[in-house]
Design a protein around this ligand. Structure first.
Ligand code: HAM
Length: 477
């Protein structure tokens, strides 16, 4: 195999300066200092529509963090055999009332719902565990080998009070496992989540609790209610109402006075049935074994009604500021959920969901560096004819699998070369009007600055060779 590029290459001894060689057309020269997108003033009195409160755009410069998170999720899900599933954003209102619970904040205050044209009461999903259980039943998955394991990613909607890390549209990734009541499943989900976050650079601590079974909770609820009755004048109005309907919900109230009262509230661990206690101990042993750091949080109950036994939340360590008020993720066991939706009695389940915005925020705050994107070739062009021919050449490059970037929207060669430099490409191709006429392209080696004029019809083949040689020497690409 010859490893020299022969006939089509006309070697230029002394590297030339691009600016000297390629003349920018006059009309482009004039434009190059002007803004590229003309700003059109709006007619008087017309305002640009703004984002809804609690909604946000995810801008291009943030996407790299989302990509890192998605890639790491996909990879860990494959390792632990969780299969991707997607659910519709709109679901019947009833799905969440029956599962998340009528007296929860999510259902009581935060639902985005409306009646559709057919008269159905629908909601934009506030979470996806209920959808996962519905899908498991709808598609007869109890006939598959158990546990059935899903992972998902997508937006949810809650009409919450917006603040840092809390939005009205937010994205979650989640893992759910149906059909096993073994504590190893709870542990696996926690270990996997911990490892996922660790791989992308986040150190976390898991807050753990067990809330037992429906039955074992009854006595605890009575005890809890009598404790709170003695503190009635110190708790908020919502909590006074909760006290009558569902005293467990008092424990996840975030109002300052209620948080203070919680400190001395009875702890559910003292009321657990033997089986729940053993189940919990086994999980903690697995976590110890796997080296996952956790803290017992005896008042953790989580803001959704479908849980039994294990509940947990994931918190980043060394947090400061407003974001420190928010968990990165949460989950637990929900052994009654499938049955509640009309599925087979006693079908167990366990899962977790992570808030993607909160993870991205933490990555940015901790200044976790996203890996630089590797681009090998930059394609620069000058003038209309070069642009026309360039589109085709660029497409040939893309199809050949060489990683290439362009800036067809930019007129000035200087700007394009600056961009090429910023991307850290190995080579820049330059196509001007003269080159189009000659059927050539200039290849600039960005490391040495050396340039060659090569036959345009052989450019892909030439660049493949050049990249092979360059990459043999450069370990970065
Ligand atoms: P969750 O605790 O309501 O649980 O939400 C899980 C995570 O979603 C939170 O820890 C947080 O990171 C993120 N999150 C929730 N609300 C917001 C918001 N308004 N803005 C930004 N992020 C938010 C669930 O949703 C359960 N389905 C988790 C689960 C899965 N349990 C079992 N399997």
């Amino acid at each position: 195999m010859p490893n020299k590029i022969k006939a089509p290459v006309k070697k230029i001894e002394k590297p030339i300066k691009v600016e000297e060689k390629i003349e920018e057309p006059e009309e482009l020269k004039k434009k190059s200092s002007a803004p590229e997108q003309p700003v059109v003033p709006l007619p008087k009195g017309r305002k640009t529509p703004e984002l809804l409160r609690g909604f946000r755009d995810i801008l291009p410069d943030e996407q790299i963090y989302w990509e890192i998170l998605r890639e790491a999720t996909k990879s860990i899900a494959e390792t632990y055999s969780f299969d991707r599933i997607d659910f519709p954003i709109l679901e019947k209102e009833e799905l969440f009332i029956r599962t998340v619970g009528k007296q929860t904040d999510i259902v009581e205050k935060e639902i985005y719902g409306f009646e559709d044209k057919g008269g159905d009461k629908v909601v934009m999903r506030p979470e996806m565990t209920a959808s996962a259980a519905r899908a498991y039943i709808n598609h007869g998955m109890l006939n598959l080998p158990q546990p059935v394991k899903f992972f998902y990613e997508g937006p949810n909607f809650r009409y919450d009070r917006p603040q840092a890390g809390r939005y009205r549209q937010f994205y979650q990734i989640g893992f759910e496992a149906f059909g096993s009541s073994e504590p190893i499943i709870d542990a696996q989900i926690i270990v996997m989540t911990y490892n996922l976050l660790k791989t992308i650079g986040l150190e976390t601590n898991i807050r753990m609790n067990s809330i037992g079974t429906q039955d074992s909770r009854q006595a605890y609820k009575t005890e809890l209610a009598s404790y709170y009755r003695t503190k009635k004048n110190q708790i908020c109005e919502d909590c006074k109402r909760r006290l009558l309907k569902n005293p467990m919900r008092l424990l996840d109230c975030k109002v300052e006075g209620c948080v203070a009262v919680k400190v001395d509230a009875p702890q559910i661990l003292d009321w657990l049935d033997e089986e729940s206690k053993n189940h919990f101990m086994r999980i903690l042993e697995f976590l110890d074994e796997a080296g996952v750091p956790y803290t017992l949080d005896p008042h953790l109950v989580r803001g959704l009604d479908y849980y039994n036994r294990t509940v947990f939340e994931i918190w980043t360590v060394n947090d400061e500021g407003e974001r420190a008020q928010n968990a990165i993720g949460g989950g637990g066991r929900y052994d009654g959920l499938v049955e509640l939706l009309g599925g087979r009695e006693g079908t167990p389940g366990c899962g977790v969901a992570l808030g993607m915005e909160r993870i991205v925020l933490a990555l940015k705050e901790l200044k976790v560096q996203p890996p630089a994107k590797k681009v090998d070739v930059f394609f620069a062009q000058l003038g209309d004819s070069a642009r026309r021919v360039g589109l085709k050449v660029f497409e040939d490059f893309r199809q050949s699998g060489i990683s290439v970037r362009e800036a067809f929207g930019k007129g000035s060669l200087k700007t394009q070369l600056e961009l090429a430099n910023k991307l850290g490409v190995l080579f820049t191709l330059i196509l001007g009007q003269k080159e189009v006429l000659d059927g050539t392209i200039i290849v600039r080696d960005m490391e040495s600055g050396a340039q060659e004029i090569v036959d345009a019809s052989k450019i892909i083949h030439i660049m493949k060779k050049k990249l092979e040689i360059a990459k043999g020497l450069d370990t970065k690409h």
